[in-house]
Design a protein around this ligand. Structure first.
Ligand code: FMN
Length: 246
């Protein structure tokens, strides 16, 4: 992998949460979703098209899964995007705790990830950076700046080309406090484990909509966090994956 500037963030985050977890100290639970700015442009997503997604044999999907780094020029539909967002982070239920239940497992149902999307080719969406508001099933427009789009691909170093050529890139952001509130420093580990589950669901479910996926762990933390306006401590990019039609 290219130079990895992750250590600095890991140490900062671990040190920041070595104390008693917030839950035990009476700190209120962080919100289930990162707040949506009042002035944000919000785009309603269609309901995931459960009835029209072709059935895929799970064993075949597992057996044939490979990382795909070459994509056709075909765009994804908004329905397909809605489906991929649902399989990775969709909210199925809000329990009394309150906590969310989703198609992926998460330590203590903390679900401490937010999904950003770098969109190149999705029908009905201008190319740009968006965030998925899972509770509302909406996209929040974050930036349509060419500089941001280009910068994110550049931050992915050796994977720059696949970011540029894919239909879209999922960018999973850790909201550390949502996890460390309960699990303190061990929560840092759980954030990474959770991200792995999410990406694996994307790999397998993408088969159903004729897409291939490639996980990306090699990226420059400082550059990408800065482009997404994340502080790198409490909020940081944890994992990415490109998606495109085969
Ligand atoms: C944590 C993780 C990080 C990865 N990072 C990258 C990456 O930065 N760029 C890339 O092209 N592939 C990346 N991959 C994909 C691996 O290279 C790929 O899974 C591996 O070569 C095995 O190939 P397969 O997925 O086709 O079975 C990553 C995979 C994982 C699980």
């Amino acid at each position: 992998m290219a130079e990895n500037i992750g250590k600095e963030f890991m140490h900062k985050t671990v040190h920041a949460c070595l104390s008693q977890p917030g839950e035990k100290s009476g700190v209120p639970q962080p919100p289930l979703e990162y707040p949506i700015p009042a002035a944000a442009r919000r785009i309603a997503l269609p309901e995931p098209p459960f009835d029209s997604i072709p059935a895929v044999d799970l064993f075949a999907a597992i057996q044939e899964r490979r990382s795909v780094r070459q994509y056709s020029q075909q765009a994804l539909t908004l329905d397909e995007l809605s489906w991929l967002l649902w399989v990775t982070q969709g909210v199925q239920q809000i329990t009394d705790r309150p906590a969310t239940l989703r198609p992926v497992p998460s330590a203590g149902a903390r679900h401490a990830l937010e999904t950003y999307l770098l969109v190149n080719r999705v029908e009905g969406l201008t190319a740009g950076l968006y965030r998925y508001a899972a509770l509302e099933n909406e996209l929040i427009e974050v930036s349509l700046s060419a500089e941001v789009i280009q910068g994110i691909a550049l931050a992915c170093r050796s994977s720059q080309k696949i970011c540029q050529e894919s239909a879209l890139t999922f960018i999973w952001v850790a909201v550390a406090e949502r996890m460390t509130w309960r699990y303190s420093e061990r929560g840092y580990r759980f954030l990474h484990l959770d991200a792995g589950h999410v990406c694996q669901n994307l790999y397998l479910a993408a088969e159903a909509v004729g897409c291939g996926v490639c996980a990306i762990g090699g990226y420059n933390d400082i550059e990408i966090n800065s482009l997404l306006e994340l502080d790198g401590d409490e909020l940081f990019v944890i994992y990415l994956a490109t998606v495109g039609k085969r």
